[in-house]
Design a protein around this ligand. Structure first.
Ligand code: A2P
Length: 351
């Protein structure tokens, strides 16, 4: 006996990592079903030492499934998550489809596992840039109180999917070969214009709202409030974000400027709180040029934090630099970790 697990989007950048997280999981796994679009029917994807055959995602595909991990885009989640729930599965959804629904838990296990208790079959996995930031901020909030956050992101292209990662590689090669760059996806497939990401930095992730903020920036604001303060519109923590895509394949970096309540806490106190925190690794020694780097975070499940220092002008304000693999803690690992946490809390069990 064990869990019957389905991965929707199994051929994608996140889906392939979800399969890896299932293979590495401490949960008993009875079977794994790889689902994608009709285009991928019959293809194979690597799993453990072998492969799995990919099947088309249909309403009937979820029969007997206990846990369904979705990462095939918001429209696919909206279309098929209800069928998975109807079949008796718990859905952990990596898209933005359900994140802002008040009665759907939005969970980072290190931060708000108790929210899982209120689920009705669907649990939303937050945005990748939100997850790594709140994992690093929660121990600080707990120990010293948290009043406001100003974050600037340096985000990897894999957040826009496997095809965006390929676009970075193709453009880089073309630029070095002195050939024309032909951007087709970034900054986002869903907007009109496309710009090169190779040797560039694009201050647009997802589409813009009429207020001049990008959708990604609003995701970071609303999701942080929902996860850390229980309500997407809470004014308990002030948050603002600027999201930038940089030519890195995997792992997001973030400069986080934040204000705490405690007037006496030092950078050493913050470092100590982060050292004791689950899922966080402190890498912070400027004298040894030690700080988190995107390249070094690839393949790890943790959030790496460094450059912790007080602001020189504003009391109670600090800076830190956090880095994590956006496809793992930002997506596939956080999703599987939600399933493992639900198992540990007795909220799910194998049929
Ligand atoms: P497919 O390979 O069959 O297109 P990425 O985020 O890397 O772009 O991956 C997107 C994932 O979502 C892929 O696994 C893709 O499968 C899957 N997908 C896209 N459209 C659908 C759909 N209509 N039904 C199911 N899966 C889909």
């Amino acid at each position: 006996s064990g869990y019957h697990v389905a991965v929707v989007g199994a051929t994608g950048a996140v889906g392939t990592r979800m399969l890896k997280m299932v293979a590495e999981s401490k949960l008993p796994i009875a079977s794994v079903l790889a689902l994608a679009s009709k285009r991928s029917e019959g293809k194979t994807v690597p799993f453990r030492d072998g492969t799995l055959t990919v099947h088309e995602t249909t309403d009937d595909a979820f029969k007997g499934i206990d846990i369904a991990l979705f990462s095939a885009g918001g429209s696919v989640s909206k279309r098929f998550a209800p069928a998975a729930v109807k079949a008796g599965a718990v859905v952990v959804d990596n898209t933005s489809a359900f994140r802002m629904e008040p009665d759907i838990p939005l969970v980072v296990p290190e931060v708000n596992p108790e929210a899982l208790r209120t689920h009705h079959g669907i649990i939303a996995n937050p945005n990748c840039s939100t997850i790594q930031m709140v994992t690093a901020l929660e121990p600080i909030r707990k120990a010293f109180g948290l009043k406001q956050v100003v974050v600037s992101t340096y985000q990897a292209v894999s957040g826009a999917g496997q095809s965006a990662m390929n676009e970075l590689f193709d453009e880089t090669q073309a630029a070095l070969d002195d050939k024309p760059l032909e951007p087709k996806i970034l900054p986002t497939a869903s907007d009109k214009k496309h710009y090169p990401i190779a040797f560039n930095a694009l201050p647009q992730i997802d589409v813009f709202e009429p207020d001049g903020y990008s959708h990604e920036e609003w995701k970071m604001i609303h999701e942080t409030k929902k996860i850390m303060a229980g309500d997407m519109n809470s004014d308990a923590i002030k948050v603002t974000a600027t999201c930038v895509r940089i030519p890195v394949p995997i792992a997001h970096s973030e400069e986080v400027y934040f204000e705490i309540e405690d007037a006496n806490a030092t950078a050493d106190d913050i470092r100590a709180a982060l050292n004791d925190a689950p899922g966080v690794v402190v890498q912070d020694d400027p004298s040894q040029q030690l700080y988190p780097q995107a390249m070094n975070a690839v393949g790890s499940k943790e959030v790496f934090v460094g450059r912790i220092r007080p602001d020189a002008e504003n009391p109670r304000f600090f800076h830190m630099w956090d880095v994590s693999d956006n496809l793992l803690k930002g997506a596939a690992w956080n999703s599987m970790q939600i399933a493992e946490t639900m198992d540990a809390m007795g909220l799910i069990q194998p049929k």
